[in-house]
Design a protein around this ligand. Structure first.
Ligand code: CP
Length: 360
């Protein structure tokens, strides 16, 4: 076998692998911008809490989680063993690549242990067992439960008996709050000044969302958090072929937000003005999902601003062609790469293990 060069070996074995293509973001920029401070009070406010819906957060807590994630991304904390003795149950009743594996990686890299349910059919559900009964079992098997389920009401069902903190990893057409935290962590690494109340006018962003928040949980949660960044987002444009893409959940927060929101079905006309283009196509319909086959797909010749970035929670289909992967528009691989650190920050805060981190 041909021996690799020193550089190739180093790239293959580095502790903190970055995304291989697209924008590579440094956590240091965010740490420098916030003077490396960790907002303990904001992080302590989520100790012991379940994380179910993005409305639980405020901007201060989102930034605090991002700061801690940046710290974890920038330094080796494995010797601190912050999750030593804790068991996380990852109960996935619906398919996932990123969410389950990045949560499991997050726990194991911090010395916690994982009980993994990669498919509901390996549980008593296959024999008709209820989620409420499964929740009762989880009380003694683990310290925290991370659940994905195709049914929107699954959180209420498992919480009938579950007494452990529950992290919603996606519930039907409901929400995907940890994905939205990852999305904002990515944006704050990209432009740290977006965390400010009074972001300079020329750095404020016009955010475009291609998708239907009403039936796309990742899009919905991202939009919900984005509405909190009133000092940084100057406008939001929703690009959807549906007359009312918003859905009931977000009607009130949108009405109350000072951020102007437009709705259009003409992607080409709005693209040249967007700083951020958030794309998704997977819509949840009851207990199943399908790809919305719209005309709003990005193409190699789409009229993007030179420094615009494309975000996507992934998995993608043909709404986001591979031609963007090698370009500086690609922020979607950086989103996926930051997932482990955001989920580590969340787990440390919820499990009240901040004291285990030296120097925090
Ligand atoms: N972003 C996201 O939720 O990806 P998975 O479906 O692979 O978990």
């Amino acid at each position: 076998m041909k021996r690799l060069s020193e550089e190739q070996i180093s790239r293959a074995l580095t502790n903190f692998a970055s995304n291989s293509k697209g924008c590579k973001l440094s956590p240091q920029q965010l740490l420098d911008f916030t003077n490396g401070k960790i907002d303990r009070e904001a992080l302590d406010s989520i100790a012991g809490q379940s994380i179910l819906n993005p409305r639980q957060f405020d901007r201060r807590t989102i930034v605090a989680i991002a700061q801690l994630a940046a710290l974890l991304e920038s330094r080796n904390v494995e010797m601190d063993k912050p999750l030593d003795g804790k068991i996380a149950i990852t109960a996935f009743f619906e398919a996932s690549t990123r969410t389950r594996l990045s949560f499991e990686s997050a726990v194991q890299r911090l010395d916690g242990k994982v009980l993994s349910v990669p498919d509901g059919q390996v549980t008593g559900v296959a024999k008709g067992e209820s989620l409420a009964d499964i929740g009762e079992m989880f009380n003694t098997y683990g310290d925290i439960v991370i659940m994905r389920h195709p049914e929107t009401n699954s959180l209420e069902e498992i919480q009938r008996n579950l007494q452990r903190p529950l992290i919603n990893a996606g519930n039907g057409s409901g929400h995907h709050p940890t994905q939205a935290l990852i999305d904002w962590y990515t944006l704050l690494k990209w432009r740290p000044e977006l965390c400010q109340d009074d972001c300079p006018e020329e750095r404020k962003v016009h955010l475009g969302i291609i998708g239907t928040p009403g039936s796309m949980r990742a899009v919905k949660s991202f939009l919900r958090l984005s509405l909190m960044f009133t000092g940084a987002v100057k406008k939001i444009t929703l690009i959807s072929e549906m007359a009312d893409p918003v859905g009931l959940d977000l009607t009130e927060p949108i009405e109350e937000s000072p951020i102007p929101i437009d709705i259009t079905n003409n992607v080409q006309s709005v693209l040249p003005d967007l700083d951020i283009v958030y794309v998704n196509s997977i819509a949840f319909l009851g207990d199943s999902y399908r790809n919305l086959d719209g005309r709003s797909k990005l193409q190699e010749k789409s009229p993007l601003k030179k420094d615009a970035v494309i975000m996507h929670p992934l998995a993608r289909n043909d709404e986001l062609p591979e031609c963007f992967d090698e370009t500086s528009h690609n922020l979607y691989f950086a989103q996926a790469a930051g997932a482990v650190f955001v989920r580590q920050a969340l787990l440390i805060a919820v499990l009240n293990r901040l004291d285990r981190l030296s120097g925090v």
